[in-house]
Design a protein around this ligand. Structure first.
Ligand SMILES: [Zn+2]
Length: 161
């Protein structure tokens, strides 16, 4: 998935890591002749890349950032009480990951761009949902599920959708 570079930090070995808006880090090494990123060597060069796009393979694998913290849980939804918005194309806002937990029955999660999936999740199972990833949910008979929301340890978002 395409993500935005928010800022930089150093890893334990002093290598530069770009922090993306999904919460994942991406190593930015300058190791001639194998990897050429001379812009990483100056503050101006690094600043010039803030706000640019990068591909995040960890989002592609739906890996929730390990250090993100739970801050809210939804009610338990079933077919009768499913908010219409969840059955249409929608996505989490930036800065929020969710874990969808199927407690009974099964549901189908479809990606709006249809590049992957759909995924059929039968109880008990869970799936991480990445920020901004457009999807929709279709419930099977007797299905119930809820959502656990996560944010960065230093964040205070206003809502989920
Ligand atoms: Zn990511």
């Amino acid at each position: 998935m395409k993500r935005l570079v928010c800022r930089y930090r150093s890893d334990e070995e002093g290598y530069l890591v770009a922090v993306l808006d999904c919460g994942h880090g991406l190593h930015m090494r300058h190791r001639p002749p194998f990897e050429l990123r001379p812009w990483t060597l100056t503050p101006e060069g690094r600043a010039s890349r803030v706000g640019t796009e990068a591909s995040c393979v960890r989002c592609d694998r739906f890996e929730r950032p390990a250090e993100w913290v739970e801050y809210k849980r939804s009610q338990t939804f079933d077919a009768a009480g499913l908010p219409a918005a969840l059955g249409r194309d929608h996505g989490l806002r930036e800065g929020v990951w969710a874990e969808l937990r199927v407690h009974s029955g099964a549901l189908t999660l479809s990606a709006c761009d249809a590049t992957e999936g759909p995924w059929v999740l039968a109880a008990p199972s869970t799936m991480n949902i990445a920020p901004g990833w457009r999807h929709r949910v279709t419930l099977g008979p007797g299905c119930s599920f809820d959502l656990v929301f996560y944010r960065a340890p230093d964040a205070t978002p206003a809502g989920e959708h």
